[in-house]
Structure formats: C-alpha cells, structure tokens
Design a protein around this ligand. Structure first.
Ligand SMILES: [Zn+2]
Length: 151
C-alpha cells in the first residue's frame, strides 16, 4: 500500500505505540513508511544520511528492531535472506520480482481468509500459527512485454 506520512504523523504513530518519539526515531520511521519499497536498514540509512549525518547505521538497525518489537514495522525476508522492513503492518502478502528484487504489496482479503481457513482446518499438531505470509516469486512484466506475450 502506498502511504505518505508527515513528520508529525510519524511522531503520533510512535507515541500511540508508547514509544518515546525522539527525532531520530521519527526520521527513521518516516523514511521507512514513505520510501514504500520494503527497504533494508542500509537503504534507510542512505536515504536519511545527507540530512541526518549524526544517525549511524547501528542506530538505524537498533531503531528498526524497536519498531518491530512495538508492531510498528514487520520484518520481511527477501529471497536472498536479506532482511527488509515493512512499515505497513496490516496482514498482506508480497510479490517478489527476482529480476529487480522489488517486493510488491499484494492485497487480497479473499486470499488472506482462504489461507487462514485452510490452516485452521489442517490443525497442524504442536504448532500455533500467529500469522501467514505468502511471498510469491516471479518477475515483473512491463506492458510492452505483455502485449508481445499475448500475440
Ligand atoms: Zn508489504
């Protein structure tokens, strides 16, 4: 989901989760949400560095962990095992393009319900399910290619 939030809104969301809204945290959270590309910690660091040279990469990592603990962000693993972060925490699935390494939100309530019901009916023994996330691997096809393929 494409979201754009202001610094003020980022601050409010932190406070709602009972996190101290330090300027560093707000800057990192605002970047995570507004980058909209499931960034890695390094990508966030690069993004904010010129305006916030005092924020270290270690701080970015630590802060992202705090967000995950407070349910303000989710960790998403890419196909290569690289940890990426998602500022959009409603249940949703992802399409992963193996060419561009893009993670694209795939929102489909019907699919979410179907997966939940499926696993409920399976009653896997000795395992309690918290969340089901699907990552569909493939490659993005641009409109031009699509026309070619349909010929
Ligand atoms: Zn996502």
């Amino acid at each position: 989901m494409v979201q754009k939030i202001s610094f003020e809104e980022a601050r409010e969301r932190l406070m709602k989760r009972n996190l101290k809204a330090t300027p560093q945290r707000v800057v990192i959270y605002e970047a995570l949400v507004n980058m909209n590309n499931h960034p890695t910690a390094e990508m966030i660091y690069e993004h904010i560095h010129s305006n916030n040279p005092s924020i270290s990469l270690a701080t970015v990592y630590k802060t992202l962990d705090t967000f995950v603990d407070s349910k303000l962000a989710d960790k998403v693993l890419s196909d290569h095992g690289v940890t990426r972060y998602d500022g959009y925490t409603d249940t949703h699935n992802h399409l992963y393009c193996t060419n561009t390494e893009e993670l694209i939100d795939y929102e489909d309530e019907e699919l979410v319900k179907m997966l939940e019901q499926y696993f409920e009916s399976k009653r896997i023994s000795n395992f309690k399910i918290h969340d089901i996330r699907l990552q569909v691997l493939g490659e993005k096809i641009d409109v031009r290619q699509q026309v070619e393929l349909s010929k």
